[in-house]
Design a binder for this molecule. Sequence first.
Ligand SMILES: *Cc1c(COP(=O)(O)O)cnc(C)c1O
Length: 383
Amino acid sequence: MKQPTLLNWIELSQAAFRQNISSLSALAGGRTLAICVKANAYGHGLPEVTRMLINRPEVDYVTVHSLDEALVVRESGWAKPVMVLGPISPSSLEAVVEHDLEPMILDRHSLTLLGKLSEKNKCSVKTHLKLETGTNRQGLTENDLPAVASVYRKYPGLGRPHGAAMHFANIEDTTSHEYAESQLKTFRRLVRRMSALKIKPRLLHAACSAALILFDKTRLDLVRPGIAAYGHWPSKETYLSYRLQGGSNDLFKPVLNWRARVTQLKHVPANSFIGYGCTYRTTSPAKLAVLPVGYADGYDRKLSNLAYVLIKGRRAPVRGRICMNLMMVDVTDIKGVRLGEEVTLLGRDGDETLTAEQLAAWAGSINYEILARLSPLIPRLLS
Ligand SMILES: *Cc1c(COP(=O)(O)O)cnc(C)c1O
């Protein structure tokens, strides 16, 4: 059967991904490197990214949010450790044993159930304790630790915790790192308490991308970067702080280009309204291109009348509201645009680049959200 022409697709640059992983590996400096692939690998496509990671010997672990993601990672052929950062339903904990996953322990009840499963299956389970240090999201407090320690003592299959983890609340949003310092201090105190309770963890870990890039002392034994692996800086503050420290500009390269094809072209006279709500009206005759992309694909509706796309290396402004599956752009001044012409919604075309950071600024969000919301239904191609 003839391969159908794609109208809306995402290209992943393997060369850029290799470069980012190699930069992260250099920053990790021999520590265990765990790459975060939650949220469909930050929108890049979980099976595709997992397969790229299988070819990167520098990567020791992947981290995911959910059990479902862990199963996709295993199905895609990843045989090394998988850490599950988010909650797992008590009735699904059997899968942890079956697929050899390393859950983050967020409550004592799940730990007890895992202890029972280790007893029943005569196996060991590697666990990571999430410690509450000031993000007040997931995490065990100092008061929880004695009871947790007694669970470890009761079930030999649990051994001692494989890891103890914390997550920074305020590391990418600011150039002041007092709060991060105070969190690290709390973390160290809780880890000392764990040792006193005879549940000394093997691996300590705290560092997301921003922490890994900027702060030696957060690197500990294992690092857990996400966004940087895909070639994006966690924030402008992180980028500027890094550059002020004398860091190079070519550490990370965006992996993803989002493209589509023009599916319709039309000439409209002056004074024509465009799209729902009649929010745009032409002041002169215009040539419009209709694109088969809308907010259902993850192209934020807040970009209506605000963003542009790239066609033939030039900017074509969005006209009218973004629809569920369609959008209109103005190509009046771009010569020779034809039906089926390639369009770049995110990424590079010739001299022009349209970044996730730019789309985020227009949409009042952050690069993480722009990427994470790219529809999993869009085909992902390796380039
Ligand atoms: C998402 C996440 C990370 C990775 O964060 P980045 O900012 O993308 O590097 C690390 N640790 C935890 C617990 C996370 O939830």
